[in-house]
Ligand binder design. Structure first.
Ligand code: CO8
Length: 257
């Protein structure tokens, strides 16, 4: 992989993906997004890993779409661009994904962070959708995921003005789950991923799906989806193991069965 680095924390069942294009401030060209999607797809099929952390550099998580690549695209070019399908592959990742954000997460970088299930924001983190400064608008879910995360008024402020919010406001508005000192962001994200990775894999996948449905369905349909997922889990060996371990006062050993 040319644009990302991968660390396998096999004992913890956690993989860490680091975007590594410092010369262009981790701008996401199609190749780098494709590498992220490919890695996530490999992890989805690999029992050794139960959670993933995606991170960038100390000053920039990702500065958005690679404008060198996007600049030449006209309407037909964007219509035919494979990028939209790569984003869908990232969104389809079934295991827990945590974004550890230090520095700027802008445009497509903010949208990538929002593809994660949980965002941990270092003190230096700044989130924004500055596409409006370029005469365009967010195109990888920014208008939808940001609005659902922080509500209409703040989403409008960011998307229409191009202003950024810092870590504290990101947490206060619900975009990020927690704030920490910048030199602890990745460790905090890995620690959380490690904890999540001790849980039953099928329960994690169904719980993730059910929470994501909350953004898509009515309350009645969402509750219905939750009930179905909850019912399916009753048939898993891991559910028997989890309850037995609790009653026997020992740690459960989940096998994803
Ligand atoms: N794409 C390509 N190159 C970039 C990008 C980018 N998004 N961001 C930075 N770079 C490059 C710069 O061109 C510069 O290159 P060089 O060294 O050759 O001059 C190098 O990275 C360093 O950049 P800066 O000097 O600006 O670095 P700073 O540390 O001073 O600032 C920032 C860092 C704040 C991240 C700043 O670089 C910045 O504001 N970047 C652009 C942010 C942005 O506007 N992002 C939104 C992009 S648009 C998008 O994501 C979605 C839709 C695009 C669709 C387009 C359809 C036509």
């Amino acid at each position: 992989m040319e644009n990302i680095k991968i660390e396998e924390h096999v004992d913890d069942r956690v993989m860490v993906i680091t975007i590594d294009r410092p010369k262009v401030r981790n701008a996401l060209n199609n190749e780098s997004l494709n590498e992220i999607a490919e890695t996530l797809e490999a992890v989805a099929a690999d029992d050794r890993f139960r959670a993933v952390v995606v991170t960038g550099g100390p000053d920039v998580f990702a500065a958005g779409a690679d404008l060198n690549e996007m600049a030449s695209l006209d309407t037909v070019g964007i219509l035919n661009d494979q990028r939209q399908y790569i984003w869908r592959r990232i969104a389809a990742f079934p295991k827990p994904l945590i974004a550890a954000v230090n520095g700027y997460a802008l445009g497509g970088g903010c949208e990538l962070a929002m593809h994660a299930d949980i965002i941990i924001a270092g003190d230096s983190a700044q989130f924004g959708q500055p596409e409006i400064n370029l005469g365009i608008m967010p195109g990888a879910g920014g208008t939808q995921r940001l609005t659902r995360a922080v509500g209409k008024s703040l989403a409008m402020k960011l998307i229409l003005s191009g202003l950024f919010i810092k870590a504290e406001e990101a947490v206060a508005s619900g975009l990020a789950a927690e704030q920490c000192p910048a030199d602890e962001t990745i460790e905090r994200a890995i620690k959380l991923a490690r904890r999540i990775a001790t849980k039953a894999p099928i329960a994690l996948a169904l719980a993730k799906q059910a929470v994501l449905k909350a953004h898509e369905l009515s309350l009645t349909d969402g509750l219905d989806a939750e009930r179905k997922a909850f019912t399916i889990l009753a048939a898993t060996q891991d559910r028997q193991e989890g309850i037995a371990a609790f009653l026997e006062k020992r740690d459960p050993e989940f096998k994803g069965r």
